[in-house]
Design a protein around this ligand. Structure first.
Ligand code: ADP
Ligand code: MG
Length: 389
């Protein structure tokens, strides 16, 4: 039976009162596979927030954890979407940045949750894109443009999955923030175009790894959707002044978080392991630092992943004072197999710490002065013409 020996690990006092002002953490437990796994080590509690983890084999009492929501093995993709993603998409449509990161060991269900396009199990990325376009169709009061990018980070190189020949993109920074220099941003008009690009990117991701005899779970992948929403506030035609909101949605499929055995692997595999361990360890350190109000140093420059996640404005990596960060949700993918209980525990602890990170998202809104500018030039030209007469 479960005891509450893990209760002390629960973040309580460190949490802001309003859950919308911190990173939200969702745990999804994938169903046990038929072969090679003994299920039952992780169980969602009936309140759908609590979770119990059993480690009887190691003679350790069961521990309980609490998250924003625990989605058990019978949860559908739609259940996950409504709990963890729909609220973020709604914010993005209103000019906020929003990020969903999937964390967990290889095989725990990150890519299935995010990218599946099976008709009976459509994942978070296609669902989010579909919601963006259905919202656009229904909103007659605004003009929209949507752009999509898709990159992966593997062995410290950022590759553009929509332009795979661009395989060493650089992280750059200007007064507007951190961005991926030269990344292809493809305008998409509808969900069909969006799905086409997703499958193109997925295919390029697989091709790159097959050539290296490696597995795509060794890379971090990020889909970025930029939604630009315009509304006229005064004037007509060329003199139109528009209020513009820019919302960005980032969907991040992190590399597998399992500790890769260093001793046996050599060459490429050893370098992969080093790169993934460095990136996820640095991410964990940044989250720890940001979760602690007294910590001064957040080592986001120590890995390329944490720099890339700054582009995604992940709350732990971008200070709210620098123009706001993203409404950030973490989806911890876990399996309930006794064989993986130590990895699962590590993932859950990562999730618990992330829950202590504050977010302070702001709307990205501006008045578009370009059109105002055009009006001014027209007026000046008019004056010139008058004076030359
Ligand atoms: P990861 O990306 O975390 O390495 P995957 O998403 O590739 O893991 O999942 C591993 C396997 O488990 C895949 O075959 C996937 O289809 C299956 N799977 C994962 N989650 C679920 C789920 N919730 N329901 C059914 N099958 C799942
Ligand atoms: Mg995967």
């Amino acid at each position: 039976t479960a005891t509450s020996s893990g209760a002390a690990r629960r973040p309580t006092s460190a949490l802001p009162d309003r859950p919308e002002e911190r990173v939200k953490v969702f745990v999804r437990i994938r169903p046990t596979k038929a072969e090679g796994e003994t299920g039952g080590a992780v169980r969602a509690k009936a309140d759908s927030k609590g979770l119990v983890i059993f480690r009887e084999h190691a003679n350790i009492p069961a521990s309980e954890f609490e998250f924003d929501k625990v989605l058990g093995p019978s949860a559908s993709q739609s259940d996950v979407y409504h709990a963890a993603v729909k609220p973020i998409v709604e914010d993005v449509l209103n000019g906020y940045n929003g990020t969903l990161m999937a964390y967990g060991q290889t095989g725990a269900g990150k890519t299935y949750s995010l990218s599946s396009i099976a008709a009976d199990a459509i994942g978070m990325i296609p669902r989010a894109a579909a919601e963006v376009f259905s919202h656009i169709e229904q909103d007659g009061g605004h003009e929209y443009s949507v752009y999509m990018s898709y990159v992966q980070l593997y062995m410290e190189l950022i590759q553009d999955l929509l332009r795979p020949e661009s395989e060493n993109l650089q992280i750059r920074e200007n007064e507007g923030g951190v961005f991926v220099g030269g990344v292809h941003q493809q305008e998409v008009q509808n969900i069909t175009q969006c799905l086409h690009l997703l499958s193109l990117g997925d295919r390029n991701r697989t091709i790159a790894f097959t050539a290296l005899n490696a597995h795509s779970s060794r890379s971090h992948a990020v889909v970025m959707l930029t939604v630009i929403k315009r509304r006229s506030v005064s004037g007509t035609g060329d003199a139109e002044i528009q209020r513009v909101k820019v919302g960005k949605l980032f969907l991040v499929d992190l590399a597998g978080s399992e500790r890769l055995k260093k001793s046996k692997s050599t060459g490429l595999r050893a370098n992969e392991a080093k790169s993934i361990n460095l990136s996820l360890t640095t991410l964990g350190m940044c989250i720890n630092a940001r979760a602690d109000p007294n910590a001064a140093h957040v080592p986001f420059r120590d890995s390329k992943l944490t720099r890339l996640l700054q582009v995604c404005k992940v709350a732990a990596l971008v200070r709210d004072s620098l123009g706001g960060n993203a409404k950030t949700s973490l989806l911890v993918a876990a399996c309930d197999a006794a064989e993986h209980v130590d990895e699962t525990l590590q993932s859950l602890q990562f999730g618990l710490r992330a829950m202590c990170v504050r977010t302070q998202a702001v709307v990205n809104e501006r008045v578009d002065y370009k059109t105002l500018h055009a009006e001014m030039i027209a007026a000046l030209e008019n004056q010139d013409r008058k004076s030359s007469l």
